[in-house]
Design a protein around this ligand. Structure first.
Ligand SMILES: NC(=O)c1ccc[n+]([C@@H]2O[C@H](COP(=O)([O-])OP(=O)(O)OC[C@H]3O[C@@H](n4cnc5c(N)ncnc54)[C@H](OP(=O)(O)O)[C@@H]3O)[C@@H](O)[C@H]2O)c1
Length: 329
């Protein structure tokens, strides 16, 4: 029987999610890679337990995580049952999403009411849960009226199948429209999940400011650019890395000479701070006080543990920030 570390809440800092009542840990764990049917179940289970032991209360999923699609939710459901049964459910914030392709036919992706609400039911069945804490529209749908997609999120709330709702991959203009529609429905968007890292900075073009202004939390995903912003690829592409896996979303060509040369330069700054490259990259995001939590992935307990040490130093002086800007420019 899993006995979580009694001191877990002393090991983590929690930030308020926008203007809501919900606090989230500064680091959250995502189950996109390394928790699917193709992966070693006990490794994923060990990471979830280690995360919780260290104060990570928030676990992020989506209908299609695997591979095969759905298997990460199934495996997470098994972990919940084995280790988190009973009272521990109330100590967890579990999110899922619908938006990308999940099943065949016209109702298996995008943003219709039909798809979103059917998908939520499927996710709950796979995880063997009565409700999720956060249900996201995973991407905007150019062909479905946004009123319909937001209406489906509202129904997820009113049915009790989700406690909060969120948006992911909506740009600033799309987010503004969605927030206005949700306001008209009398619903608050809890959180936005954009891709954001030292290498992917689109969120700085209005989105981060908008979220702050509207009191919406922010949980950046792929903060390590899927592993590029670590020491993983400094001497080639290791066989067990995401870029080497046929089902990994990081492609070999993404590990470019240009990216690696910037990572090597970032390492100098990380060294000066007594941090690793991954710790520098995570701290660089967490320095924004209006970012609620950084959503990492990991393939081992060691990586997760290493990334947790980031929290010992998330402050930057102006000189370090400017040196980083010069490297990223
Ligand atoms: N909303 C969306 O559309 C969306 C899209 C993508 C992701 N997400 C969410 O964001 C989560 C995180 O995404 P991500 O996995 O791409 O995040 P990430 O943190 O940028 O990348 C994680 C990968 O980096 C490598 N890594 C992590 N720590 C390391 C360390 N200390 N040293 C060396 N390598 C290290 C590992 O790669 P190896 O496997 O090679 O070891 C790990 O799998 C996902 O699980 C998901 O929940 C959401």
């Amino acid at each position: 029987m899993f006995q979580p570390d009694k001191s877990r809440y002393q090991k983590m800092a929690y930030r308020r999610c926008g203007n809501s009542g919900l606090l989230l840990p500064e680091i959250s764990l995502g189950l996109w890679h390394n928790f699917g049917g193709v992966d070693v179940f006990e490794n994923g289970r060990a990471m979830v337990r280690h995360a919780f032991d260290n104060g990570i209360t928030h676990f992020d999923l989506a209908n299609n995580y695997g591979p095969p699609p759905g298997s990460a939710e199934e495996n997470f459901g098994r972990i919940l049952k084995k280790d988190f049964g009973g009272y521990l459910r109330d100590e967890l914030v579990i999110s899922t999403k619908a938006g990308y392709h999940m099943w065949n036919g016209p109702y298996g992706e995008w943003g219709s009411r039909k798809y979103l609400l059917s998908s939520l039911d499927q996710s709950l069945k796979r995880m063997k849960l009565d409700y999720v804490d956060i249900f996201y529209s995973h991407r905007p749908d150019p062909d479905t009226p946004m009123e319909e997609t937001m209406g489906a999120l509202a129904s997820a709330l009113s049915s009790g199948k989700a406690l909060y709702v969120g948006l992911s991959n909506y740009d600033a203009t799309q987010t503004l429209k969605a927030l206005d529609i949700l306001d008209q429905l009398g619903i608050k968007c809890l959180i936005h999940q954009p891709k954001y890292s030292m290498f992917v900075r689109d969120a700085e073009n209005g989105l981060l400011d908008l979220l702050k202004e509207r009191g919406v939390g922010c949980i950046p995903y792929s903060p390590l650019a899927q592993g590029l912003l670590t020491d993983r690829y400094l001497s080639g592409i290791p066989d067990n890395s995401r870029a080497a896996k046929s089902h990994g979303f990081l492609q070999k060509e993404d590990v470019s000479d240009d990216k690696i040369s910037r990572v090597i330069q970032l390492k100098t700054i990380a060294d000066q701070r007594g941090q690793s490259i991954s710790q520098l990259a995570l701290a660089w995001i967490l320095r924004h006080q209006n970012i609620t939590t950084v959503l990492i992935g990991a393939s081992s307990v060691e990586q997760l543990n290493h990334n947790l040490q980031t929290l010992q130093n998330t402050q930057f002086d102006a000189a370090a920030l400017s040196a980083i800007e010069n490297i990223l420019a």
